[in-house]
Design a protein around this ligand. Structure first.
Ligand SMILES: *[C@@H]1O[C@H](CO)[C@@H](O)[C@H](O)[C@H]1NC(C)=O
Ligand SMILES: CC(=O)N[C@H]1CO[C@H](CO)[C@@H](O)[C@@H]1O
Length: 734
């Protein structure tokens, strides 16, 4: 490439139709103002009946409006990115930087070793210079089973990597690859294919048998010195640092079967002691950052959860385009990819795909140069992650001066590195505060991203056509609700922590981005107005008291306009993001369920914690479930399973609305006309019917189903009684 001529490595495009969208948003805002005007002007006077209900409605509507404004912020100036990978390789050829990949696993029972090694293999097989690639597995379970699986994988990699590169296969997770291809696709290299598949299946068998038995075959134990490190191991929460370099990337003898270099591969289980906090995933990541700095010290770090395999062997090149552009890269700290899921059903019954979030909202955050770090699928600049501030004269040299230290043996290197992963290392240091990932919050990753942005760095969101990473989504309703509760709780706590996007970040990041963070931080409190709306209007419908304007009133218009345009727009956005109509309906249901259970509990939990009750616990969401459950999941039948307070709330709300609905229908049959009802109380009737309609699967789960996934009868009884009591006492007392 000619000297001096600047050739961009990536491009940023504004979303089309911005002006049109903004005009539309302004009309909706006017509609919202009219709704406030209605609420205030028609408010019953002091002493009159129903004044408090109106104040409640006004409060709820103000909340909804505020949140609506926030959702506009992430639609206001969306951008899209594209990269020029070919220019990158032309320009830098062999001078590309080293990349360290961190995979984190926490519990071999919930995250089976075979899944973990598939993720590891998929990233080892990246189409990148193997001598510049190192893969680190942090095993917070400290399980020799996981280590054994990784050892097996390091042998299989010698066959798998050359195979991937020779036939340019995708995806490079063997399990996903073999599951997606039938024998027939491979007529041109069928023999090799059969061989490699056999090798994989043998490895899979060995790993799965060991996992099932819960122990390693004796002869394997003696074959590798690594297992001796478990001699001093007493439990998952009490052991020395276990560090094993399985493949030394610098070793000229580490070769695959074709004689090409292999990427480095390291197993780490940091030291843990029962009386010492280990800070969950953030602690594991920080140990990895330090350990890797001694071994490969790649200036770029990719961080992945163990269930998230690479679906695109060129993702590193894409990310590097953002880090290595001569003019636009110097302030970019991390590149976040969206999270996709491999096991969603067609209509995504639990609405786990986060479709609109990743296809709309994150592009909006990117417009403010600040998409969130979501803890997986993210490339970091090591410096920024380690606490460096961004200053105007930050310049990066990618070429490292090769340290001409005398090469050490693996053993020496391991021994030298181990203290970095000891639990005492972080005492009296900035780790967990200013360096590495932040401690003390369930969503440490989001806070870490925010604190990096507060130090002047920018981030990038890259959503390529070819999906880069594929993870596993929860497959039952309780799992989804628990996951959402954890997120909502963590995000809500961010508001009150040191790095609050409202106070601390003010002036350090743009106002739009502050709003962007609030989109997630305010999940928990938005549960209150939703609960109010899901209960009160239905009660008053039963009672025959109107809380919204009649069809003939001019005040009806703003309500009709705001509600209909929002739903139409919402549907359009959902379809545009690749969803189905039924999927949208399911999303509406989950919208309600998340808010009335997960977010509500997250709200209560956070408040309790602030006044000093309960302690935070971190729940890893189980990824594997039995066959019956899976069958129902594939048929898109809701899985309720256990009894839990969250399900009780959902069931009680559903019953409440059913009673109100039935009561009203009864009245109409006895003495009224349906037309009159629809004329005088159109919105309440609509709301109550919609709530009943959307809860249909719940009624089935309560009363009609017989399989294991239904709601327990004790819960059915409880919700029935509570709802009945509430309805009767309301009609009698109010
Ligand atoms: C992986 O990427 C390919 C190519 O874009 C895509 O067709 C496939 O659906 C992706 N895999 C999954 C599980 O989404
Ligand atoms: C529909 C679908 O792809 N389901 C998969 C979800 O994940 C589990 C566990 O990995 C698989 O067994 C299912 O087939």
């Amino acid at each position: 490439m000619e000297r001096g001529k600047y050739i961009p490595l990536f491009e940023t495009k504004e979303a089309k139709g911005r002006v049109f969208y903004r005009l539309f948003a302004v009309t909706v805002f006017l509609g919202i103002c009219c709704i406030w005007a209605y609420r205030i002007s028609k408010m019953p006077r002091k002493g009159e009946d129903g004044r408090w209900v109106w104040i409640g409605l006004l409060g709820a509507e103000l909340w909804f409006s505020l949140y609506w404004v926030i959702t506009q912020a992430v639609r206001w100036k969306s951008v899209f990115r594209c990269t020029f990978k070919d220019r990158l390789s032309q320009r830098y050829k062999n001078e590309l930087p080293e990349v360290d990949i961190f995979v984190c696993t926490a519990n071999f029972k919930i995250e089976p070793p075979i899944m973990v090694v598939n993720t590891v293999l998929s990233v080892m097989a990246y189409d990148y210079l193997p001598e510049k690639l190192s893969v680190y597995l942090s095993d917070d379970g400290g399980s020799d089973l996981t280590f054994y699986a990784l050892l097996e994988a390091s042998k299989f990699a010698k066959h798998w990597i050359p195979y991937c590169k020779k036939f340019n296969v995708e995806p490079r997770s063997p399990a996903a690859y073999f599951a997606s291809k039938s024998n027939l696709d491979h007529s041109h290299h069928n023999e090799v294919w059969v061989d490699i598949k056999k090798l994989y299946e043998e490895m899979e068998d060995r790993i799965e048998i060991a996992t099932k038995l819960g122990r390693i075959p004796e002869e394997e134990r003696f074959k590798h010195r690594g297992f001796s490190q478990w001699d001093s191991y007493s439990s998952q929460l009490d052991h020395d640092t276990i560090l094993q370099i399985l493949i030394d990337g610098k070793d000229p003898n580490a070769k695959d079967i074709d004689g090409c270099a292999l990427p480095g591969l390291v197993y780490l289980a940091r030291e843990k002691r029962p009386q010492h906090p280990h800070h969950f995933k953030a602690g594991a990541m920080n140990a990895l950052i330090r350990v890797s700095s001694k071994i490969s010290n790649g200036p770029i770090i990719l961080n992945l959860d163990c269930d998230m395999y690479s679906n695109n062997s060129l993702s590193i090149q894409d990310a590097l385009c953002f880090f290595m552009d001569k003019e636009k890269s110097h302030d970019i700290a991390f590149v976040q990819y969206p999270q996709h899921f491999g096991n969603l059903t067609k209509n995504d019954i639990y609405s786990n795909s986060l479709r609109v979030g990743f296809n709309v909202e994150f592009h909006g955050l990117d417009g403010y140069e600040g998409p969130l770090y979501i803890g997986t699928g993210c490339f970091h600049r090591r410096d920024a992650l380690c606490g460096r501030k961004f200053t105007k004269d930050c310049k990066f040299e990618w070429k490292k001066d090769d340290d001409h230290k005398t090469p050490k043996s693996i053993l020496e290197l391991e021994e030298e590195t181990k203290p970095l992963a000891s639990y005492t290392y972080e005492e009296n240091t900035q780790w967990g505060k200013e360096m590495g990932l932040r401690y003390g919050c369930p969503v440490e990753d989001v806070i870490t991203g925010l604190s990096i942005q507060c130090r002047g760095w920018k981030s990038v969101y890259f959503n390529p056509e070819r999906k880069a990473f594929i993870g596993i989504a929860p497959t039952t309703l309780p799992q989804t609700l628990v996951q959402q509760r954890r997120w909502a709780e963590g995000d809500f706590q961010i508001l009150f922590c040191k790095y609050s996007p409202l106070w601390y970040a003010h002036g350090k990041i743009s106002l739009g981005l502050q709003f962007g963070y609030c989109l997630y931080c305010l999940w928990a409190p938005i549960s209150l107005p939703v609960l109010y709306y899901a209960i009160i209007p239905s009660f008053y419908l039963l009672k025959g008291i109107s809380l919204f304007p009649q069809v003939s009133s001019p005040w009806f218009l703003p309500f009709a306009y705001v509600i209909s345009t929002q739903y139409i727009y919402n549907l359009a956005e959902f379809l545009w993001s690749g969803g189905t109509i039924l999927g949208w309906w399911y999303e509406q249901r989950m919208w309600l369920y998340k808010r009335t259970s997960s977010y509500f509990f997250a709200f209560i939990d956070t408040i309790l914690k602030m006044v000093g009750f309960t302690d935070s616990t971190f729940v890893v969401t189980a990824k594997f479930i039995d066959e019956d459950v899976l069958k129902r999941y594939e048929k898109e039948i809701m899985e309720f399973g256990d009894s839990s307070p969250m399900l009780t709330i959902l069931a009680t709300l559903a019953m409440l609305n059913l009673f109100c609905f039935v009561g009203v229908v009864n009245k109409v049959i006895m003495n009224g006309s349906i037309f009159r009802l629809c004329k005088t109380m159109p919105l309440q009737t609509l709301l109550c019917s919609a709530l009943v309609l959307i809860n249909l699967p719940l009624y089935q789960g309560l009363f009609l189903r017989n399989d294991k996934g239904k709601l327990p009868s004790s819960l059915a009884l409880k919700s029935f009684v509570v709802a009945l009591l509430a309805c009767t006492s309301f009609t009698l007392l109010c």
